[in-house]
Write a protein that binds this ligand. Sequence first.
Ligand code: NCD
Length: 309
Amino acid sequence: MVKASDFKGKHFISMRDYSREQLEFILDTADEMVELEKKGSDACKGKVLASLFFEPSTRTRLSFETAMFRLGGNVTTVADPMTSSAKKGETFEDTILTVQNYADIIAMRHPDDDAALRAAKVAKIPYINGGSGTWEHPTQTMLDLHCMRYAKGRIDGNTIGMIGDLKHGRTVHSLLLALRHFDVKVKLISPDQLKMKTDVIEGTGGRIEISETNDLKSVLPELDVMYVTRVQKERFADPAEYEKVKDAYIVNADLLKKGKKDVVVMHPLPRINEIAADVDPLPNAWYFRQVKHGIYARMAIIGLALGVL
Ligand code: NCD
């Protein structure tokens, strides 16, 4: 039986670490946050979140910080690595050893794939992975699952298409690992150069049916959820390679006519060209509503790690 105290004082690093029961416990806690977000709360009164973002971010940083404010806590932040001692060559391990003297919990984003695992080794306070290179982005997955459950009523029973840059996209790595616990089918849709990493597919342990294709149209009629992602320009060593694949999939209103009428279109954002603006007014467009679930999910994750919920 999972209980709130199981999460107290713990890091939040990878979707590899959680069972279905634990994921559902966090999602149910996020449900409780919907009311709390409206009413306000002082559950985190006197607590400080250090938000350290060494890579660009709008939603993740702002929603971590807003989540802390909604719980009545305070925030100290480094949003621009150019203004911190990282610029002077300080390792992030040393940054964490320093910052944990100021704060009760850390949320961090870093360009290195191994940043979250390295940070977790040295942090004495809960460390939350807000994106670790191309590796994982587990809090995004909690908001994605929370939004999906809300939009479709349940996660089980759905056929979920992940579309775009499945190689470099950390959101889809964490999402696929989490979905291994649910009764879902997953269609991985990407250009051949941007296929899902094999270690992530192996990480699902063969528990769900996964198929791969580069042809979105061929699987579109089967999809209940389309999880569209940006081609991650900043991860390409050769700009010419990016140019070849950047517009591989463009989801527009015309294309959606070939899909299920009630298909839910999600995207972690930012979007570039992969979802056309003519999708925005359709009831299928969930990506901006999805953002709101980031507050609920992150309130739950922070509150559980601090042992105040
Ligand atoms: C994603 C990220 O940073 O991995 N954004 C986010 O956190 N919502 C997706 C992306 O940058 O493409």
